[in-house]
Design a binder for this molecule. Sequence first.
Ligand SMILES: Nc1ncnc2c1ncn2[C@@H]1O[C@H](COP(=O)(O)OP(=O)(O)OP(=O)(O)O)[C@@H](O)[C@H]1O
Length: 289
Amino acid sequence: METLRINHVSKKYGRHLILDDVDFQLAPGKIYGLLGRNGAGKSTLLNIITGRIFPTTGTVTLGDLGSNDQDRVLGEIYLMSEADLYPKKTTIRRMFDLADGAYGDFDYQNAERLLAAFGITSSNQLSDLSTGLQTAAKLTVALNVNASFILLDEPVLGLDANHRDLFYKELIKAYQNKPRTFVLSTHLIDEIQQLVEHVIILNDHQVVENADVQAMLDKAYTVSGPAKLVDQYVAGLRVLGSDQLGKIKTAYVYDQLDNQRVIPDQVKIGHYDLQQLFIHLTNGGSDNE
Ligand SMILES: Nc1ncnc2c1ncn2[C@@H]1O[C@H](COP(=O)(O)OP(=O)(O)OP(=O)(O)O)[C@@H](O)[C@H]1O
């Protein structure tokens, strides 16, 4: 399997810049999170990667396939999105057949098993299902399609907690049975923190973080205590934001701590999670500093 490269992609709608020089790679067999606030450009980017929208500048390439091999590139990428591309009255069985026709080797048996777990059958029409069960049907296609890169735009839209839990377990199962690259674009960051290995964060039209989750969390420290001592301790470190309650300040550091720096008794060091990190990286400096 080969690496999918998003090369300096920019997108403008009229004078509005939606994506600005977005450049990153998707390695084979890895689970990614694509995160960004509402309107950050995630769906636009996923649509560009799957050839549904053209970029204004930049390219998407797979391995050493050239621009003449666009069909082969697109044949390796599947996008599940909220957009309803199916004609009215399409049955789920027909969705399976379409995925089989386009990508070959659709796993009908596993798909039927998963549908049953979601409480639906393949004779159901997509448009007759509730929002959550439409998502479940689309996820069933996505987890059983024969593509090397599976992009999931809002994969848990409308799913209840039980069905979200089922989806996360099935995603791991699908990945373990046949390692492929999955990209999850979701706002439920807490729920995917354990699932994704690598995160790409879009903010203000650009990629502001592109790193392994563990490496990110390893430098996400809270430093709390009397404001003056906290300020002294974090001087020179990258601080994303801070909260202050009375005289107690908490600074959100995103940096390696300096082992040589003595931690004063009244200062406590802790960790914060991916969701907090996301908020601080994308809040446009509106912290209570
Ligand atoms: N066809 C279009 N014409 C003009 N502007 C568009 C078009 N499609 C998207 N946009 C704009 O591009 C921006 C990014 O939209 P996009 O749907 O990619 O964001 P997103 O990160 O997926 O957002 P959300 O998390 O809310 O779904 C938004 O400001 C949106 O209004």
